[in-house]
Design a protein around this ligand. Sequence first.
Ligand code: ATP
Ligand code: MG
Length: 417
Amino acid sequence: MTIKAIRGTRDILMPEVRYHQKVETMAGTVFERYGYSEIKLPVFEQTELFTRGIGEDTDIVHKEMYTFADRKGRSLTLRPEGTASVVRAVIEHGLARQGQITRLYYSGPMFRYERPQKGRYRQFYQVGVEAFGTSSPALDVEVIQLTINFLSSLGLKGLKVMMNSLGDREDQQVFAGKLRDYVSGKIDGYCADCKRRYETNPLRVLDCKVSGCVALNKDAPGIAEALSDGSRGHFEKVQEYLEILGIEYEINPHLVRGLDYYTQTIFEVVHDCLGSQNSICGGGRYDNLVSDFGGSPTAAAGMAVGVDRLVMVIQETEAAEEKNNAPSVYVIPMTEAELGEGLKLTSRLREMSLKVLMNYDGGSFKSQMKKAGKSGAEYAVILGPDELAKNEMTIKNFSTGEQRTCPLNSTRAELRI
Ligand code: ATP
Ligand code: MG
């Protein structure tokens, strides 16, 4: 009998392994730019760390953990996620100090007993960040911005941030009550798991993937109705700062996420090309987890990106780009006077991993726009005397016709291309 890799695990060979290396290197580069330092964590922990941290009645704890007894009969579990371990390490080594923010990142394999399919494995890889020590909504935004920055540095486009607020523990109690009222009228139509969740942890009902339950949940109340003034204020600040940074987001009032430790802001980053396994990243705030584990109360936020799915998206994006050798951006200096600035901008855009061409040969605005259109570029960037006087550029999106101005020194996330 030949021995094969266990179902849901796989060897990652060339050329795919190159992409994993690239993702990990880029993660380190971008996360360190935001002040995060690496922590290497054990792959297994005491089972209780996850049952208490993630929540007894989550899918992960209920049916996805690889739990085993070691030779001395202790119950150990292969980590299904990284946050609980980071929190344990922070408490164990006293890493969080009053009045300062502790920023950590990790990468490595995670283990969940799930049904293997495209983008879903039993051993998969994550890179993630966790930050401890402030309840400022600016930290929520830092984590979201860092995520977008990291994903766009890898050339990803078409990303969407889905966001919701879960409020604090009291808000969640209020919401659980409202949700129970809603579900109770239709309880017969829900799956057996949801019937149990309805009793033990009604928020989890909103996370059910069974199509009958998804349909029944359509008109469920959103948590916004249950938020206290403080929680609502926090969420509004998060939105305000995201808007200042030009980061687009969508609020999904039914987003709950699969782990119980979250409070306040939660988010996912989704990408169209992944089908039903469309979530690349999940994260949010977890202000009670450190104190739940016996540490002194420490507000915190974090996120984890699924590397396997990210690599799939990068490979598909590259394959699509190879087929179509068009640039993403075509730079148009209106006259010779803007050519120098055009060269500078073009190289900045290329440093952001964008594929960029520029017209060197002048011509009327109309003929230059025609060239841009012919190149197949998605965007034209126009530099004229008016723009340069204000240190700006005009960006035209060829597919939507939308035109807007951006500062010349915008970051890739702010450019939204
Ligand atoms: P999903 O809803 O797809 O099950 P999740 O909410 O369980 O995702 P998280 O626990 O938030 O996922 O983990 C963060 C990221 O890790 C996900 O967005 C996804 O990219 C990746 N991920 C989670 N489970 C798996 C898996 N079994 N195989 C591959 N990647 C995974
Ligand atoms: Mg899951």
